[in-house]
Each structure stands twice: as C-alpha cells, then as structure tokens.
Design a protein around this ligand. Structure first.
Ligand SMILES: C=Cc1ccc(O)cc1
Length: 178
C-alpha cells in the first residue's frame, strides 16, 4: 500500500481492492494500457466477473488516472483513481434492465456475451440508474501487466479477506495452491 504513483507505467499492471462508500466491494486490475479485469463482491451485481474489458486508460496529472469503458450489457463506467490517497471516485451508469434483472449479469461475462447482447435488446435501457460514489482502497498489489492469473476464477465469500491476509496470491500474483 506504500507504492507512490507518478507515471502511467506505475499504474498499469496494478491490482486493487476497494470498497465504495455505499458498501459495494470490487477487485480491479489494470491488465495493460487498453484492457481491465474485475470481480464484484458486493452490491447489486455481486458475483459478476469480467476479463479483457476494453477501456480507455489515461493519466490526468501525475498520480491521478481516469478509466472509462462501455460494456456488452450497455453499462458504462468512469473511474478516477487517486492511488496515492487510497481513494477512487467511480460512476456507474446502469441500463434499466440491469437494475431490473441483475441476476442475468452475475456470471463470468466473457462466456456469455451473446446473452448480454440479447438482454440489452430485449429489455429497457431507460431511465438509467446512475451510481456516483467515492471508494476507499483497501489493498494495492503490483501484479505486472498481462498477468492472466490475477482475475481468473469466480469470486467467493471471504476472497478479499484471504487476499489481504496473503492467503491467495504468491509474490507474482499467481494463485497459491488451495
Ligand atoms: C460495472 C463494472 C465496474 C467495475 C469496477 C468498478 O469500480 C465499478 C464498476
């Protein structure tokens, strides 16, 4: 947690756990300069996880980063990371159908892209649910870029506690044997 962030390169390859002020807990990994991976542990779509999501990733000023993307579900996300202060400001723009049927999205999305695209056509988009929140970063790890072992299994209850306790990853962010 003591790493100091100054460049875009400092940020890429970093893995975070954070909790939004509304209680929603997320893991998120800057996989490289154009894709992100994440797992959701709390909130409306807890249990959902995604790898290889295309995103726009920039540094605004030294140590402050903006990441934005649009998902196959039609959900849009804009995150501002202030890792030196262990803070994030995130806004999620959920289509109405995700609010009405969150369970459809609670899966490993990569294996169900067709289902997400069908649902976004079948159900309503508007009015969107906008969720703007600050978050507190509870863990920062240096996993390196393009590490496919960081986010590669479904979330489970207690997972983030195991990670913070050093019971989940080895020093290279490979999974310790179960
Ligand atoms: C909907 C995805 C999502 C991923 C990370 C985050 O902080 C907020 C939303």
């Amino acid at each position: 947690m003591n790493k100091k962030f100054a460049t875009l390169d400092d940020f890429l390859g970093t893995y975070f756990i954070y909790t939004y002020d509304n209680g929603w807990e997320y893991e998120w990994y800057a996989h490289n300069d154009h894709t992100v991976d994440y797992r959701i542990h709390g909130g409306m779509v807890a249990g959902r996880w995604v790898t290889g999501q295309e995103a726009n990733i920039v540094m605004l000023v030294p140590g402050i980063y903006k990441i934005a993307w649009t998902e196959p579900t039609g959900t849009d996300v804009a995150l501002d990371f202030m890792p030196n202060d262990h803070r994030i400001n995130g806004t999620i723009f959920f289509p109405k159908w995700v609010q009405d049927h969150p369970e459809i999205t609670v899966t490993y999305q990569n294996e169900h892209i067709d289902l997400m695209e069908a649902a976004r056509e079948k159900y309503e988009t508007y009015p969107k649910l906008v969720v703007p929140e600050f978050a507190q970063i509870t863990y920062i790890g240096d996993a390196g870029q393009n590490n496919t072992d960081v986010i590669n299994e479904a979330p489970y209850a207690g997972m983030t506690d195991d990670i913070r306790a050093g019971k989940f990853y080895d020093d290279n962010y490979k999974r310790l044997s179960k």
